[in-house]
Write a new protein. Structure first.
Length: 453
């Protein structure tokens, strides 16, 4: 018997409704929501925000309080909770395995993530399986007069054993700079260190890590060379690296100018980074998760050094993969969230051969007296194919009040660019910088315009 046309249409709509999956994203934001909806898997998902970025990242958060709030949101939801995912740094990365574990959803173990995110524990694990890591030692901030460890020697980086987005990371070259960095670390370490210790209480820590806690500093030998990273995933115990990217600094600075995909490093170096990443990810026991591992490669000494292991793929790389490969890296996160194989079609291609996220920055504080208007941004984007622009400060905001900034600069705009080659890409970036009109006031109310590339 043939159905009435209206009945057929009704059944089709009903089938589509049944197929839709509910995905809760910890810290979901509008920009990434747009990208998620464009992914093949995301087209069949309904996305729900699980806590907002302000309550997750502003000030010192209470882990137990936020977890309880997240649980209430999930419990009160009138429907199935099919996946819980996230793409931001602490505490989002650690909320995902905790909440997934409580609901029987696919994710890695909390312990495997903490092994990576506790910088000291991560180094202890790395040295068991690789040689490509810098000399490191602990600095106890609670001591009356902390001194540098015997190793490494100057120059070194001083950072908390847990931080986010290079917060409170200082490069020091002598005793005076060391003491200045210690003072700054003491003032700021509690914001992330104290909540991190709430997480540490949930994990069975080895004595050498439990004695350190979350508010100690780590000294690491300064590495040099080209900064790069690999992204990958673990699915049912198999570690796969699917891409390598370059991180290019501002000239004469350790501050990022852009992240670029694909990497311009030789194939053997990319393979070397991949092999090191696989060893470390296998060692910490990560599974059913995306990851990214950052490196320094010195082409003169032909030396590779592992900088950091991230327990997530990078949301800042999402559009880069989309522009070059045709699919954002969020797609792999979604598939893993459902317990599905994240391997993609190797023949997939995007519109451009190269892409990068550029960071337009200011290197001194000030109040944003003027920022580009939405109309100005839209007009610039429309005139430059493959370009999207996100303005970071709000009008009237002091740059030092912005969250998740590094210790040396302030983000003004994130500019994502796809191009046929680096020459075209740089021309697009310089056009954006020239046309994005910012004005700033100093503490005396004196205005100045920004014209830095």
């Amino acid at each position: 018997m043939r159905m009435h046309p209206r009945s057929e249409e009704h059944q089709k709509r009903k089938a589509v409704q049944v197929a839709v999956k509910n995905v809760f994203v910890v810290g979901l934001d509008e920009h990434n929501l747009e990208i998620l909806r464009r992914t093949p898997t995301g087209r069949h998902c309904e996305f729900h925000q699980l806590l907002n970025l302000d309550e997750l990242q502003v000030g010192e958060v209470d882990i137990q309080e936020l977890l309880a709030k997240a649980e209430r949101i999930l419990d009160d939801f009138d429907g199935s909770v099919d996946a819980i995912v996230g793409y931001w740094d602490f505490p989002v990365t650690l909320f995902v395995p905790i909440l997934c574990s409580r609901r029987g959803l696919p994710s890695s173990s909390l312990e495997s993530f903490v092994k990576c995110e506790h910088k000291y524990w991560s180094r202890l694990e790395q040295q068991k399986v690789i040689d490509e890591y810098p000399a490191f030692g602990l600095v106890e901030l609670s001591e009356d007069d902390p001194t540098p460890p015997e190793s490494p020697e100057y120059p070194m980086w001083l950072k908390p054993v847990k931080s986010a987005s290079s917060e409170l990371a200082y490069k020091v070259g002598d005793d005076e700079a060391f003491q200045q960095a210690v003072s700054l670390l003491r003032d700021g370490v509690d914001r992330i260190g104290r909540p991190f210790e709430q997480i540490l209480e949930m994990v069975d820590l080895p004595p050498e890590v439990s004695s350190v806690g979350g508010r100690t500093a780590l000294a690491e030998a300064a590495m040099q060379g080209v900064q790069a990273a690999v992204e990958g995933y673990v699915y049912k115990g198999e570690v796969v690296v699917y891409g390598a990217l370059d991180s290019v600094d501002y000239p004469g600075s350790s501050v990022f100018l852009r992240h670029q995909y694909p990497s311009g490093l030789p194939e053997n170096v990319c393979r070397w980074m991949s092999e090191v990443a696989v060893k470390v990810i296998e060692r910490v026991g990560m599974d059913n998760s995306t990851f990214s591992v950052e490196f320094f490669y010195d082409p003169v000494e032909e030396k590779l050094g592992l900088l950091e292991v991230n327990t997530r793929h990078s949301q800042s790389h999402a559009e880069l993969f989309e522009l070059v490969d045709g699919v954002a890296n969020h797609e792999r996160m979604l598939r893993l969230g459902f317990g599905q194989d994240p391997a993609l079609d190797e023949d997939a291609r995007g519109e451009y051969r190269v892409a990068a996220e550029w960071y337009h920055r200011r290197f001194e504080d000030g109040v944003a007296a003027r920022v580009p208007t939405p109309e100005e941004v839209s007009a610039l984007e429309e005139s430059l194919p493959g370009v999207t622009i996100e303005i970071v400060p709000k009008r009237g905001q002091r740059l030092s009040d912005m969250t998740a900034q590094d210790s040396y600069s302030y983000e003004l705009a994130k500019i994502t660019i796809g191009a046929e080659d680096e020459t075209e890409m740089r021309a697009k970036y310089e056009r954006c910088v020239d046309e994005l009109a910012f004005e700033f006031e100093d503490e005396h109310g004196t205005k100045d315009k920004l014209a830095e590339h």
